[in-house]
Write a protein that binds this ligand. Structure first.
Ligand SMILES: NC(=O)c1ccc[n+]([C@@H]2O[C@H](COP(=O)([O-])OP(=O)(O)OC[C@H]3O[C@@H](n4cnc5c(N)ncnc54)[C@H](O)[C@@H]3O)[C@@H](O)[C@H]2O)c1
Ligand SMILES: [Zn+2]
Length: 358
């Protein structure tokens, strides 16, 4: 097992990464304060994993709320389903909510835990690759609003994150590879060992080899933790984690979240950010080709391959909530690191969109 510490000033916490952790009868229990434990999971994950984790907290009063599967259930209805349950069963602030699932369950339950009595004990058990390398770490929680994704939320840190790579065995192929969109983002943000591992161990990653996955997830969480520790509330450097995301969010919005998984949209967004970086002479074409090949090897899309209006795309990008000013704020790649830049020249961005949609 690998152990990582997220060194936050007010609330440092551990991230455990390993195999067989869901069967460990002391690990999860050691993070459960109070007498009551509420598992929040979904209809797909419950039949596969819920009994196993329930056994590992035997002796506590065990409760469960099961949400339907899908991004549309990251909603106010699901949020109040959890809150109402907590109220009706007299949960206290030191009781524990355990989020067992992918990013949807993590974001939704995290926000419920943040809100109930101004914050109850929370443990994240992410089960998708994307949630294991990204959403479970760093404390961003949210639900969606009809006006936009993640519009209502809070920064709320768990007391631990427990990542059991065995859960990836049951993850559908497309969901599995989608997680690599976020992992490649870390490689570009400057983590050379991730790039080396992705390039040299591709066969092992296709086999879902546990040892290789533990190493890759460890390096990814380490990269994210370092950035989050320096800038927990995204006032500066944490925004670098949005590499490819302003493009990706616009693409997801315009295609109504129907055509691309988040990691797939991020893969395309990363290619668009690389392309813009090359136009601005921040990197050479070799770098663009290198990452294109890597994304393709990991079964990720590198092009939009459908007709979309460039104007509509740009309009959504400028409305992105991560844009603080009118000018577009984008993460670009410069040699072996990334930089945050205001891009006043929207024509350049329009050219990139044109190149990818044509
Ligand atoms: N908080 C953050 O920092 C952050 C970062 C990135 C993404 N997100 C959010 O995360 C969400 C996407 O997360 P996701 O990609 O995990 O999607 P998801 O939670 O919808 O999971 C993807 C699918 O895989 C299934 N699944 C998950 N684990 C499984 C397993 N072990 N076996 C079988 N099936 C399994 C789920 O039931 C679902 O059908 C989005 O809502 C996004 O906004 C949040
Ligand atoms: Zn993302």
């Amino acid at each position: 097992m690998r152990l990582l510490q997220l060194p936050l000033k007010d609330n440092p916490y551990s991230i455990h990464i390993g195999s067989g952790l869901l069967n460990d009868s002391s690990l999860l229990k050691s993070y459960c304060d109070g007498d009551n434990v509420l598992f929040v999971t979904n209809e797909t994950i419950a039949p596969i994993y819920l009994d196993r984790v329930k056994n590992s907290v035997a002796g506590k009063n065990i409760h469960q709320v099961i949400i339907a599967d899908g991004e549309v259930y990251k909603s106010r209805e699901s949020f109040f389903k959890i809150i109402d349950y907590l109220v009706e069963h007299g949960f206290r602030r030191n009781d524990t909510l355990i989020a067992l699932g992918g990013g949807v369950i993590g974001d939704l339950s995290g926000f419920a835990a943040a809100s109930y009595q101004r914050g109850m004990n929370l443990v994240q058990i992410p089960t998708s690759l994307l949630s294991q390398v990204d959403s479970s770490v760093g404390g961003k929680t949210a639900i969606n609003h009809q006006q936009g994704k993640n519009l209502v939320g809070a920064f709320y840190q768990p007391s631990a994150v427990i990542i059991d790579v065995d859960t990836l065995d049951t993850l559908p192929d497309r969901e599995y590879f989608s997680g690599f969109g976020e992992i490649i983002k870390y490689a570009l943000l400057g983590e050379a060992s991730i790039k080396r591992l992705l390039s040299s161990q591709i066969d092992k990653l296709f086999e879902r080899d546990r040892k290789t996955l533990i190493e890759l997830i460890y390096l990814s969480c380490q990269m994210k933790s370092e950035i989050v520790a320096k800038d927990e509330k995204e006032k500066g450097e944490r925004a670098l984690l949005n590499l490819g995301h302003t493009f990706a969010h616009a693409l997801e919005t315009l295609t109504e979240y129907k055509h691309y998984l988040h990691g797939e949209a991020v893969a395309i967004g990363i290619m668009m950010a690389l392309s813009l970086s090359k136009i601005k002479n921040l990197i050479d074409s070799q770098k663009v080709e290198e990452y294109q090949q890597l994304l393709e090897k990991l079964k990720l899309p590198v092009n939009i391959q459908r007709k979309l209006s460039v104007d509509a795309f740009l309009a959504v990008m400028t409305k992105d909530k991560k844009n603080q000013s009118k000018a577009l704020r984008l993460v670009l790649v410069k040699q072996d690191r990334c930089i945050l830049k205001e891009e006043p020249n929207t024509q350049l961005v329009a050219d990139v969109i044109q190149e990818f949609t044509a």
